[in-house]
Design a protein around this ligand. Structure first.
Ligand SMILES: NC(=O)c1ccc[n+]([C@@H]2O[C@H](COP(=O)([O-])OP(=O)(O)OC[C@H]3O[C@@H](n4cnc5c(N)ncnc54)[C@H](OP(=O)(O)O)[C@@H]3O)[C@@H](O)[C@H]2O)c1
Length: 337
């Protein structure tokens, strides 16, 4: 097969479009002909750059944590494991199946290749209303978004939520799933075009924190109440305090991301005086995955795709993602070359 292989950590140019051995399915595994995998700042660019060494990435490596495609080969069936059929359209979860070691695209060869190996348990059916590109975006962001917003954030109808980075991967899904339960959604972004994406996805209000004071704007929109939940995922030292100051008494902040800087100032007086809870978690539950598939199948999730690249142009794709806040996802499609 052709694959984008990296033999050392470094800039995008370390990714080489070259021949690699075809995967052979073991018991309970399938081989998938890949039609899509997303490019992410952390799990692709940072892993390739060698700044995510705590994840123990392997060399030579093949990135691609969320491939979608068509099942083309099956290993031996295993009792109690539901094997997808040849020709089934599936997306693959990055978590390891039985006997597999670590995360797909980090500890195991991922979907930036014509073929990828996956355990049957990690394969999720793609609903008819989604193409492969859309399916990879759904499986990349929706389960984490459901986990943050509902499992941890416990967002309910009529509550106020502030969705930071509302045009981003997690942010764009966050806006939509918060509206699904009838919450009042304020999208926030660092530029006018990115704030507009929040409005287009259904936010009731948007704030451009590149130009306006976020706390003042949120307090005005909510008539002084503040928001019940901040869905952050940025950890930017400039925007975090502004969002934190806009949390209502007894409210929460949830986060699964830190590419805005990691270290943020925290007003501990406001934390205890306003009885605020801060929760961090990057994972998701099986229920979050099922809720995501259901919402997507019902047509309730729009995905924002910036650009689709052939796999052979992976270096350009990484440069685009690494170069700044791209509004929308960048996809690699190995069937395009
Ligand atoms: N499945 C998941 O999606 C998942 C799971 C676990 C963890 N995470 C983590 O969650 C975070 C968000 O992921 P994502 O895929 O939503 O990211 P993304 O689409 O790349 O970015 C989200 C938003 O962050 C804002 N931002 C602020 N400062 C930034 C900076 N210095 N560099 C880049 N963006 C910046 C940008 O919005 P503005 O410019 O409008 O401020 C951007 O739209 C990441 O740290 C990721 O590793 C994601």
């Amino acid at each position: 097969m052709k694959a984008a292989v990296f033999h050392e950590f470094g800039p995008p140019e370390v990714l080489k479009y070259e021949d690699a051995p075809d995967p052979v399915p073991g018991p309970g595994q399938v081989v998938i002909k890949v039609h899509a995998a997303t490019v992410n700042r952390t799990l692709d660019c940072a892993v390739r750059a060698g700044t995510q060494m705590q994840r123990n990435p392997i060399l030579p490596g093949i990135l691609g944590v969320d491939p979608s495609g068509e099942v083309v080969a099956q290993g031996e069936p295993v009792e109690g494991v539901h094997m997808p059929k040849i020709g089934d359209r599936v997306s693959v979860l990055s978590r390891p199946g039985p006997g597999e070691d670590g995360m797909l695209g980090v500890r195991r060869w991922g979907g930036d290749a014509e073929l990828v190996l996956a355990h049957a348990n990690a394969c999720l059916p793609i609903s008819d209303n989604l193409n492969y590109h859309q399916a990879s975006v759904v499986i990349r962001h929706c389960p984490t978004a459901f986990h943050l917003m509902f499992t941890m954030g416990e967002l309910k109808k009529d509550q106020w939520v502030l969705v930071m980075g509302c045009s981003g991967g997690l942010g764009s899904i966050g806006v939509q799933i918060a509206k699904m339960v009838g919450a009042k959604v304020i999208g926030a972004a660092g530029a006018a075009d990115r704030a507009q994406i929040g409005l287009d996805l259904g936010a009731d209000y948007v704030v451009n924190y590149g130009e306006k004071d976020l706390t003042e704007e949120v307090m005005a929109i909510t008539d002084g109440h503040g928001v019940d939940l901040v869905y952050d995922n940025i950890s930017n030292p400039k925007t975090w305090p502004k969002a934190f100051d806009a949390i209502a008494h007894g409210g929460k902040l949830v986060t699964a991301g830190a590419h805005g800087g990691r270290i943020v100032p925290l007003d501990c007086f406001k934390l205890y005086d306003s009885k605020i809870t801060i929760l961090g978690s990057a994972g998701s539950t099986r229920e979050n995955v099922e809720d995501s598939l259901k919402a997507a199948a019902e047509g309730k999730i729009k995905v924002v795709i910036e650009k689709v690249f052939p796999l052979s142009e992976i270096v350009e794709a990484h440069k685009l993602v690494e170069g700044g806040a791209v509004p929308g996802k960048v996809i690699l499609d190995p069937t395009l070359g």
